[in-house]
Design a protein around this ligand. Structure first.
Ligand code: DQA
Length: 146
């Protein structure tokens, strides 16, 4: 299994950025724990603050990974181009959010990218990424038995 995590804008500042919402833990620290938790899964990681680079990465990995875990940050609420990229590839994507976007400002209540994703996990802090990987693994093993 090979899974690609893609983090969008401002998520390079995890641990520093609005810690009351996103926590105090750095991404590097969490990623180590995540990789240790899934020793049989190769977890690749990419972060960009730029919409086009996120789209390029989706194109690059979207035909040969077993899953994409995407936290598109604020592009979630604005980017038709990321939605189109997700719809253009075959790898299933799980949309992830650290915070519960429905408890926050109204402009965060709508995700433009959700129709391009197989599912959505949000509100569980960094653990949302683990839950997304669990969901991709469960889906993949179900697909194998069908
Ligand atoms: C976020 C929620 C978005 O609304 C916000 O713009 C982010 C992070 C989350 O993980 O909770 O940058 O995707």
């Amino acid at each position: 299994m090979r899974i690609q995590i893609i983090n969008g804008p401002n998520l390079n500042l995890l641990g520093v950025r609005e810690p009351t919402i996103y926590g105090k833990r750095t991404w590097e620290d969490y990623l180590k724990e995540l990789r240790a938790r899934f020793p049989k899964v190769r977890i690749d990681y990419f972060q960009s603050n730029t919409e086009g680079e996120i789209i390029d990465k989706i194109h690059e990995v979207g035909f040969d990974r077993d899953g994409i875990v995407l936290n598109a940050g604020a592009y979630t609420h604005t980017s038709i181009a990321i939605l189109d990229a997700l719809k253009s590839v075959s790898t299933p994507t799980v949309e992830v959010h650290i915070s519960n976007v429905y408890q926050r400002e109204e402009f965060r209540h709508h995700s433009i990218i959700s129709p391009g994703c197989v599912g959505f996990i949000g509100g569980f802090g960094l653990d949302s990424y683990r839950l997304a990987i669990e969901a991709l693994l469960a889906n993949a093993s179900q697909a194998r038995t069908e």
